[in-house]
Ligand binder design. Structure first.
Ligand code: TRP
Length: 444
């Protein structure tokens, strides 16, 4: 068995973690969720959720991962085999998320391709809507792009933790930040941008309902990559000098900032060109092409935006895939390369079925939803919260306190006080908050 990999630098640790967290969740999902949930008020609750639930839960995953240096299943097995079900749940969740995440990542690749070839711009809103439907309901392009996404991911992952994941993140994430800033500055200079900024940044509390609360908590969880052992797997590659609480706080803040900046890119543009923010999931595929069409140098902005979206999605996709690959290679004692081949072949197979649920397989339904939607619902709304609650309960109640102290390097009276608050959060606040969200969605 080859020696287990690890991240070489602290910068690499941060970029890989942020690479996992920043994804479609920030740039595609956050803006449309904000759009349909009334803007600024949603943003405010989201920020509170990240701070109160997200950072503690993220630190908990880090503790489990770095203490054991094992994959999500192996980690629980080593600490307390009664909890290993949480690890299996995580790998299964990762598997399900992966199968539809590759479909949407494929869409971003297709839109990047259209922008580069110059054929994206020049349409009207309704043309873009039908273009998106025709494309996603098709067979050839969605399948070709999703296979490409999986193959690129497979190649990066098979190069290992340092030469694959860390290197790719260290190159792609700074690129992403530069693109974000340029696009945001451009949006703010558009005529009427302030209307969009007001929508995003000024809370209108009359619009806060129970559903926006739930949506914000769910969004925070998904966006921080919590609840399926993804960060357990990544932190199993952290060396001992990495400060876990600091890394969790930094990653969560950067992730939140990227979501907000994505809103700053999208809403001024949407308002400035007289479009509606409440478009739902099609926002970046149906509305933005038209916005770019109306801008000077539209093709350039379109290329930058879809490249941004693609990079963000790819680094997240890599992190979800790594959960399954690490589990497969360590459990069945096969090489990383062979694990990648097996796992990615399965993803291609199920990804294709998932993609076809927008077209030829549209009539196949599970619990009244098509295949894509039911996988999204099952994983995001049920399995992730469940995994998050169980991980918090495990670290809060069951894990030997000395392990938590060692991992968080608690060595002063002040830090002991902070630790007490932290444990209280893991034991009570996080489980109750997430359970409430979890149950409320079935009553809603
Ligand atoms: N956080 C990513 C995003 O915002 C998606 C993601 C990556 C994820 N790894 C995860 C979501 C693990 C849940 C669990 O797009």
């Amino acid at each position: 068995m080859a020696k287990r990999g690890n991240f070489a630098t602290k910068f690499g640790v941060l970029m890989a973690t942020v690479g996992s967290a920043v994804g479609l969740g920030n740039i595609w999902r956050f803006p449309y969720q904000t759009g349909v949930n009334g803007g600024g008020a949603f943003l405010l609750i989201y920020v509170i959720c990240v701070l109160l639930i997200g950072i503690p839960a993220m630190t908990a995953e880090f503790i489990v991962g770095r203490e054991t240096h094992k994959n999500a299943v192996g980690a629980f097995e080593k600490l307390d085999s009664r909890w290993s079900g949480v690890g299996y749940l995580g790998v299964l969740t990762g598997f399900i998320i992966d199968c539809y995440y590759c479909v949407v990542t494929g869409w971003t690749l297709y839109y990047l391709y259209l922008s580069v070839t110059g054929s994206l711009l020049g349409g009207t809103v309704s043309e873009y809507a039908s273009m998106f439907h025709n494309f996603s309901a098709g067979v050839v392009f969605p399948i070709v792009t999703l296979v490409l996404v999986i193959v690129i991911t497979g190649i990066i992952i098979s190069k290992g933790v340092q030469n694959g994941i860390e290197k790719a993140s260290k190159i792609m994430m700074p690129m992403l930040f530069i693109l974000l800033v340029i696009l945001a500055i451009n949006s703010c200079t558009l005529e009427g941008a302030s209307e969009g900024l007001n929508f995003l940044l000024i809370p209108d509390f009359s619009k806060i309902g129970l559903d926006s609360l739930l949506a914000a908590a769910g969004q925070a969880f998904f966006s921080l990559s919590l609840g399926m052992g993804c960060l357990i797997t990544y932190s199993s590659y952290f060396t001992d000098d990495v400060d876990l609480a600091k890394t969790a706080s930094q990653s969560a803040l950067i992730d939140m900032l990227v979501a907000i900046v994505s809103g700053i890119i999208i809403f001024p543009a949407v308002f400035s060109f007289g479009m509606e923010p409440e478009q739902g999931p099609g926002l970046v595929f149906k509305v933005l092409p038209n916005v770019f069409t109306q801008m000077g140098f539209g093709t350039l902005w379109a290329i930058m935006f879809y490249l941004l979206l693609f990079i963000a999605a790819l680094t997240s996709f890599i992190s979800i895939t790594e959960v399954v690959v690490a589990y497969a290679s360590e459990t069945f004692k096969i090489s990383r390369r062979n694990a990648v081949i097996v796992v990615c072949s399965l993803f291609i197979l199920i990804g294709i079925i998932c993609s076809l649920s927008f077209g030829p397989l549209a009539d196949v339904t599970i619990f009244g939803m098509n295949i894509f939607d039911s996988m999204d619902y099952l994983s995001t709304n049920i399995m992730l919260p469940l995994g998050g609650i169980l991980t918090s309960l495990f670290v809060g109640w069951s894990l030997d306190r000395r392990i938590v102290e060692t991992q968080l390097k608690i060595d002063s009276p002040v830090k002991y006080k902070v630790l007490r608050v932290y444990i209280f959060f893991l034991r009570i606040v996080v489980p109750i908050a997430v359970t409430t969200v979890f149950i409320a969605q079935f009553l809603g």
